[in-house]
Structures are given as structure tokens and as C-alpha cells.
Design a protein around this ligand. Sequence first.
Ligand code: DON
Length: 305
Amino acid sequence: MTEELTKMVAEARPYAERGKVADYIPALQKSNASDLSVSIFNVNGHDYHAGDYLKKFTLQSISKVIALALVLMDSGPEKVFAKVGMEPTGDSFNSIAKLETMKPSKPLNPMINAGALTVTEMIKGNSSTEKWTRLIEFTAKLTNDETVTYNASVAQSEFDTAFLNRSLCYFLKQHGIITGDVEELMDLYTKQCAIEMNCSELARIGAVFAMDGCDPLTGKQTIPKDIARICKTYMVTCGMYNASGEFAMKVGIPAKSGVSGGIMGAVPNRCGIGIFGPALDHKGNSIAGLKLLEMMSNRYGFSIF
Ligand code: DON
């Protein structure tokens, strides 16, 4: 399998030339556009890799799934669904448009920025520091790596330039969806997005979701089954933003992307997938990563449909 993966990575890598690395977060501009790596973590404990799979990258929007799982565990689905909806948007991930045109004004889902900011504010804790500690400890549990942390310079770079996200926050605050201090929330959210890991660790988290929240190595139920199911459903309908329909057609697995070029996939009862390829298409998804996933899905019959 390793040999096959290496071949597929070589075949998908040239697609990176058609994309470009994210530049609206200045620190992400430093990424190497031609990087492409993958890890597969089988639920039987075997893992397979190709490319520079130990290279670390920031999760960006992939972290939205982790924060969502934690908040659903903290407060239960009812409280979460009172603040964020269940529908895909068809708009780009940082769009404010629907907040203005929809009544009531609440984010359509937790995978777009407006919904994710709402969810991040809901993390339980008496202070921003306590919320952050709970989030990073939960991430450490999922990766089985206590040293997991965030990239401070990427977080700072986003914090300094996140004017659109601040606008979303103020809009949400006006409508009572978020209630706390916007700068504190931005600090927490940008740290969350800057949580850093490699493909192998990301694939391991994917495997937990693939097993309905049960850690394939320890056998522990890290996430309750019904909550893992909600997260995976959002990954299918909204995980690749306004490219989720095409992705379901071509690849057909629950997955979540981030503007760093990461993609986490979960093939039910089979494996978790971690991909890193920082050149993005115009919708903000890894262009070579998508091609690679399409090849893998065809070769291994990953589609759930
Ligand atoms: O909030 C942002 O804009 C980034 N921290 C994350 C966005 C993102 O990853 C969207 N992904 N495709």
C-alpha cells in the first residue's frame, strides 16, 4: 500500500501548480506550494504514509470539527442547534451574506466561519484560558499526543489580520448569537485554528471518527457515538464548504479541509486519512489533496454512497 500511495502522491503533486497557497493569513504564505503528503490510519492499528508526512501544519478549519465535538459533549445537541443550523450554504467559508438575508440571523452550520466562531465561544470554561486548555487537552486525547500545541506565529498573524472574522463576530453579537468579548473570542479562535500536527496525527483523529468516536488503539470511547455521527454528517454536507457536493460525488467520505492545505477524512469502520498539500483551489481546498483523495477513493472503494 505504501508503494501505491507514493505513486499516487507523485501523480497528484503536479496539480498543485494549478493552485496557490493561502495569503489572507500572512504567515501561511510561507508554505511550500508543491508539498503533498498523506497518512492512512487503519482502524486495525496499521498505518501507511507517503510524502513528508511528519511535516507539521496548522489545522485551520479542520479544528472546527474538534471544537464542535467538544461543545456538543459540553452542552448537548439541543443547545448547539439553537445557535447554529444544519444546512450547507453554497457561499464561501467566510461569507457574511446569509447572516444578513436569513431570518432568524443564525449561522447555517458550524463548518463555516460564522458557525465556528459561535461554537468556539460555547466551549465551557470560566475564562478564555480555561476554554483553550480544555480544547487542547481534548485534541491531545484524540491524537494520543500530550505535546500537541499551536503555532504561535500563525495564530498571531491571523489575529492581527482577521477583520472579516471580527465583522462576523460583531454581526453575531448584534443578533445575540455570541455574547462575550470579541477580542477574547478572536484570541481563542485563532489559537484553535493554529493547532499544529502532522498527517499521521490527523489520520489518527480521522480514525476515531471512522470508529464512531471510539479510539481504535485504546478502545476508549473518546467521543460519544451520537456526537461523532453529528460531526461526520456535517463533514459530508459542509466539510469541503461550497465544494461539498462535488466532493461527495467524486470521493464520497466525511472529510474536513482547512486553508493551510490540510484535509482530514474518515472512512467508516475502515480508516482515518490525513493529507497536507498547501496549494488551494479557488474555494479554499487543497487542490492536489483533492486529486489524491479522488484517486485513493477510486482505488480502494472508499465512497460511502
Ligand atoms: O478563520 C479563518 O479564515 C481560518 N482560520 C480558517 C479558514 C479555513 O480553514 C477555511 N478552509 N478552507
